[in-house]
Write a protein that binds this ligand. Structure first.
Ligand SMILES: [Zn+2]
Length: 334
């Protein structure tokens, strides 16, 4: 069973990426991510647009003020020199007329007329001329990009982040597979004395699913060190042999537990050892229907309870989205 996260809004299984430390996996919706980015772009563009509008308005206001000032300004300041020129020409003309002078055949009268016309035209022109009115420039609304464009731009990034996660998961799987006995290391068990080992076996059987387990009295146990009852009420007599690896368990142990099985009204008998069994012990056990757990079996049994399931193991490497905050749902898929 694998757990996935699915975006409620987009109804799609979420993508994954690693966190900053590269040790945790974060699921996320790529579409929501693009939406968030689009919102950021829109907000930026809107801010820029407002800023431009404001600066344009200020510029226009300044131009208007200048225009108003220009309108009120007395115009003679600029045009005074022209008036003076006109007046001089007119004066010369009038003097010519008065004294009856002539220059190279140009009539005195004409010089007077030209001077007067110059002044008249200048006055009329000045009367009608006005400073140019400022025009407000238009600021266009910004173009907002399409969300699909953003997605297309980011899709390669999304994929590469996912590839990184897949690689990381493969590494975790290798780590998981290499995990060995974690509840009790074998050397710890090897350091126990016989009685400690019996206590340990009783606990181990409980962890393996037996409902009731207890250690029998030390003396007169007739070879049954532990009695265990499973959920189907099957009663088992167990003999524990905490032997050194080279010290094999022989026939005696098999015979003892076979007898003890009946004595304790058990349905089944097991001999558990930290060592191995002799060949004859093995053959006898087969005949009498006694189950044998040697060192290897014991390790496997311990591993089976010590090792958690892969998904539980993997889930510790996830930073899962908070359900209350975001529109995410958890879905299960085989
Ligand atoms: Zn989404």
């Amino acid at each position: 069973m694998v757990y996935y996260w699915k975006c409620k809004i987009h109804n799609e299984v979420m993508m994954e990426r690693l966190d900053k430390t590269k040790t945790k996996i974060i699921p996320y919706c790529s579409h929501c991510e693009c939406k968030k980015e689009l919102e950021e772009i829109i907000s930026y563009l809107e801010k820029e647009y407002q800023r431009e509008l404001k600066s344009n308005e200020l510029k226009y206001q300044k131009e208007c003020e200048e225009y108003q000032k220009e309108l009120l300004q007395p115009r003679y300041k600029k045009e005074l020199p022209f008036y003076l020129i006109g007046l001089i020409i007119l004066g010369v003309g009038l003097l010519n007329v008065y004294f009856g002078l002539s220059y190279n055949g140009i009539s005195q009268l004409w010089i007077g007329i030209v001077g007067s016309l110059f002044i008249i035209i200048l006055s009329v022109g000045l009367y009608f001329s006005k400073p140019t009115e400022p025009i407000k420039t238009e600021i266009k609304k910004p173009q907002v990009p399409y969300i699909t464009t953003i997605y297309d731009q980011k899709v390669d990034l999304f994929k590469s982040l996912q590839a990184e996660v897949d690689q990381y998961k493969a590494k975790l799987k290798r780590q998981y597979d290499n995990q060995t006995v974690s509840v009790y290391e074998m050397n710890e068990i090897d350091n126990m004395d016989g009685f400690e080992f019996e206590e340990y076996v009783a606990r181990l059987l409980k962890n393996l699913g037996y409902v009731k387990t207890y250690v029998t009295k030390k003396s007169g146990d007739l070879g049954a060190d532990v009695i265990a009852v499973d959920s189907k009420n099957v009663k088992v007599a167990i003999q524990c042999k905490r032997y050194g690896i080279k010290n094999y368990v022989g026939n005696n142990a098999i015979q003892q537990i076979h007898t003890a099985k009946d004595y304790y009204d058990c349905h089944k008998a097991i001999v558990i050892t930290t060592s191995y069994f002799t060949k004859t012990a093995f053959q006898m056990a087969q005949k009498l229907g006694v189950e044998l757990w040697n060192r290897k079996t014991l390790k496997e049994k311990i591993s089976s309870i010590g090792k958690e399931n892969w998904n539980n193991y993997l889930s510790k490497y996830y930073i899962t989205p908070t359900l209350e905050k975001v529109d995410y749902i958890k879905i299960e898929s085989v």
